[in-house]
Design a protein around this ligand. Structure first.
Ligand code: PEP
Length: 249
């Protein structure tokens, strides 16, 4: 971990029921979390209100997506204004499932980031390469292109956390090695230094996501450019998620 405050996000994806979420909330409320870590959970939209009403304020709440602009005639979408209205503080944008399953492209995601930030939502900006891109030696090209779309749209990085999530590691049980993750994190930081500013490069947190669990988090957390985690599967288990949150201490 670097010098910034450690950050752990839990992405619940399209999982949970009122009942299972109520159990997860009690486990999270009962967990002991170290002081020097920011913790955020991202429930499905329809459960955000339930989570806001029963989860400790110690843990902030995120959406998993948002509409690109002001709300209105956009059937099925949820606006940044609505998220702010119910007390949601964060949004995950550019998750690989939105990019590769739903088909969102770099420009669309970049514009979403700009709009969310303009409405005072904080953003977890996700990037990451597919397996065939890694095998073709294109990992940095892909990550830098995705970073550029964010950088073209973001003027203030204070409320942004970058999540490097190699697609081949998400939900597969194939976690990146600490060295593989560190290599990309350092390259992204270097890209920010060249293309945004030295200040942003040193202050922005870059977190790793992809099959992080209670057993592998401590080794990853030792790497100097890994400032936290975005956790999918293991974030549905309260005690495991708490272990990951506390992995840096
Ligand atoms: C994710 O979806 O952001 C993620 C990292 O998932 P998992 O931890 O299940 O690989």
């Amino acid at each position: 971990a670097g010098s910034g405050k450690f950050f752990v996000g839990g992405n619940w994806k399209c999982n949970g029921t009122k009942e299972s979420i109520s159990k997860l909330i009690s486990d999270l409320n009962a967990a002991t979390l170290e002081n020097d870590v920011d913790v955020v959970v991202a429930p499905p939209f329809i459960y955000i209100d339930q989570v806001k009403n029963s989860l400790t304020d110690r843990i902030e709440v995120s959406a998993q997506n948002t509409w690109i602009g002001k709300g209105g005639a956009f059937t099925g979408e949820i606006s940044a204004e609505q998220l702010v209205d119910i007390g949601c503080q964060w949004v995950i944008l550019g998750h690989s499932e939105r990019r590769h399953v739903i088909g969102e492209d770099d420009q669309f995601i970049g514009k979403k980031a700009a709009y969310a930030l303009s409405q005072n939502l904080k953003v977890m900006a996700c990037i990451g390469e597919l397996l065939e891109e890694r095998e073709a030696g294109k990992t940095f090209d892909v990550c830098f292109k995705q970073m550029k779309a964010f950088a073209d749209n973001i003027t203030n990085w204070t409320d942004v956390v970058i999540a490097y999530e190699p697609v081949w590691a998400i939900g597969t049980g194939k976690v990146a090695s600490p060295e593989q993750a560190q290599e990309v994190h350092a390259a992204v930081r270097d890209w920010l230094k060249t293309n945004v500013s030295a200040d942003v490069a040193s202050s922005v947190r870059i977190i790793y996501g992809g099959s992080v669990n209670a057993a592998n988090c401590a080794e990853l957390a030792k790497k100097e450019d890994i400032d936290g985690f975005l956790v999918g599967g293991a974030s549905l288990k309260g005690p495991d998620f708490a272990t990951i949150c506390n992995s840096v201490t």
